[in-house]
Design a protein around this ligand. Sequence first.
Ligand code: HEM
Length: 348
Amino acid sequence: MKKRIINFFDERIDLAPIRNWVRHKTISQHKHSFWYYFGGLALFLITVQIITGIMLAFYYSPNPATANESVRYIMERVHYGWLIRSIHFWGANFLVAVVFVHMFSTYFMKAYRKPREMMWILGILILGLVLAFSFTGYLLPWTTLSYFATKVGVNTPLVIPGIGGFLARIMQGGADVGAATLTRMFTLHTVVLPLTALILISLHVLLSQILGTSVPLSQKGYTEQTRFFPDFVMRDAAVWAGGFAILLAFATIFPANLGSKVNPVMPAPPGIKPEWYFLFVFQTLRTVPEIVAMGVITLGALIWLLVPFLDKKSSRGEKSRFFTLFGLAVLVYMVAMTITAYITTEVH
Ligand code: HEM
């Protein structure tokens, strides 16, 4: 049967080169190989998000009069609706965490060095998309918290002179967060971002296949080869199964709750703070004048994006301690600011 199916395709399109490529592809194994599973795990989690997101979209209604009620309907009336929503909620958090681990691990292993500069640039753009997914999804349940947190988010660009007001209005679709904002966030979350992500992630993964995985400079000469198929694929599958088991455990033990429907004329409740992955930005904006904070964060992001071109030593195969220290400084800063924001914000 298997042979007949293969023959059916071979007679029409010649798949032999692909089969040969899969059969002969090998992956380098070394002391730091563990970190190379995070890219695949991110790929798996984004697939879970797309599947659960489509399921939620069958019932969700993007209108201020019905949004909160439709989410309540999903949770209380749709079979396993609460579970699908909870997986989507926890999956978003897991995805952001896994993408951050993937980014910092590729950074410290200097995997961005020549010839993988474009993989890094695509990666940063994908990180932006992943964060944008979270930001646009946050408003959709139309709860008091999601409404006021989005208000803070869309008003952040106001500190940028000149174009700030324009950016805020574009995101809001009007003078304030309202029905137009909900429609915009929904369209971005379910159409624009998934399509863009599909293109960028496909290019990123395609490049990883064309270039193969890099070997950290410290491990050159200490590697052995494993077959991509079936050995590496089986290990990847095991990591995905483990990741899914943990995700399922979180989704069932700590189900996502649904806050009360927003009443926009009520004042904002105290202690509004964004999701954990935006806390370092939030804390920076609270600590120094906002315009300085925006300037420093924008400059930092630009340097981070261009690291493959700035760190010429790594590309030449030399040690670049400066960039290791720079990465450490960025990591310590982000963690310290996040912890400070947690400690100093009122719990609501
Ligand atoms: C949803 C987001 C992402 C997905 C699905 C993804 C997927 C992958 C996959 C499957 C690989 C090959 C396996 C591996 O080396 O781990 C990879 C490699 C890589 N990724 Fe990502 N990635 C994502 C985000 C990022 C981000 C945010 C960055 C950094 C800014 C990044 C930078 C890289 C680099 C430099 C490599 C090459 C690693 C090497 O060959 O040593 N990726 N990615």
